[in-house]
Design a protein around this ligand. Structure first.
Ligand code: SF4
Length: 307
């Protein structure tokens, strides 16, 4: 089974199939906060979340949405110039504001030249009925998906990382989004403290069976300026080696249904903040070793059916 030159259904493959060319994601900062930071649920956020939130590569929040899109286009057109973009509200919780504010920002994003789709990253506990209505409306106007940061299915880890919502809450959000035909991409983190290989893969298998459109696999980063870094200094835990990570990722790919879109297999840690694992800085090498391992096993996405 091949998807272009890959043994898995990559995001790039899916975008090329849908839009007949490469599509560039523009990371936006809608100026939102997060209930896990503004005191509603907590003040210090998830344990791995830095001051800048989850979108450290996003455009500046001092600019309005149109200006952010323009500045991101300018920046990225040096590398690619396909003229097709997905506006991606990445930073903090992008459904956490008033209906009017959300509507204005989403519509502003999708009305810019070249924007062919919209992605919104959020928490499953921030999807009220009227927000869902707005998302349903947007979904009818453009290529659209919602990203949910589940990270793990294990409650003890969820407590440790201070995620602040239950697995049931995630399940309900997926059900409601599916009901409205809204695509969902789920984030999982590999290498969370005290999770075994089986724990990580049971999260993957769970998501494989949730009837969601896409998945993002992240490697846990320990970055300066986070509570995780402080905790790690006091009581260090096992950091995945590159070999362990690649083997886990390939196992994970094998468990995903063939039609699930894999948005990411490794992340972009900020060089200046990253403490561990330093091997992750060579992202291209990690991706190429994943391809090599799939070839070595003569394997592909969906070979192990659990969904
Ligand atoms: S939900 Fe996202 S933005 Fe909020 S604290 Fe956690 S990682 Fe940070």
């Amino acid at each position: 089974m091949m998807w272009g030159d890959k043994r898995y259904r990559s995001f790039n493959y899916e975008m090329k199939k849908t839009f007949k060319s490469k599509v560039i994601k523009l990371s936006l900062d809608g100026g939102f906060t997060c209930p896990n930071r503004d005191g509603t649920l907590g003040k210090r956020g998830c344990i791995f979340c830095g001051e800048e939130g989850s979108g450290e590569f996003a455009a500046s929040r001092c600019l309005d949405i149109r200006e952010q899109i323009e500045s991101q286009k300018k920046l990225l057109s040096k590398k690619w110039d396909t003229g097709k973009y997905i506006a991606y509200f990445q930073n903090f919780t992008n459904t956490y504001s008033t209906y009017e504010d959300l509507k204005q920002k989403y519509y502003s994003a999708i009305s810019q030249e070249g924007v062919v789709g919209l992605a919104i990253a959020t928490r499953p506990d921030c999807l009220s009925e009227n927000v869902m209505d707005l998302l349903e409306e947007i979904n009818k106007k453009t290529f659209f998906w919602v990203e949910l940061g589940l990270q793990t299915i294990h409650e003890r880890t969820a407590k440790f990382i201070r995620r602040g919502y239950s697995l049931d809450c995630y399940d309900e959000a997926v059900r409601q989004l599916n009901k409205r035909n809204i695509k969902v991409a789920t984030h999982l983190i590999f290498g969370l403290p005290n999770e075994s290989r089986e724990d990580i893969l049971s999260s993957v298998k769970y998501v494989a069976a949730t009837n969601t459109w896409g998945v993002k696999f992240h490697l846990l980063y320990i970055q300066k300026g986070t509570d995780l870094y402080e905790s790690f200094k006091k009581s260090p835990f096992h950091i995945l080696s590159k070999e362990e990570y690649i083997s886990l990722i390939v196992d994970g790919i094998e468990y995903l249904p063939p039609d699930m879109v894999i948005h990411r297999l490794t992340g972009d840690g900020k060089r200046t903040l990253l403490v561990e694992p330093l091997w992750s800085l060579d992202k291209l090498r990690v991706l190429s070793e994943i391809d090599m391992e799939l070839r070595r096993r003569d394997s592909y996405q969906g070979i192990k059916k659990v969904y």
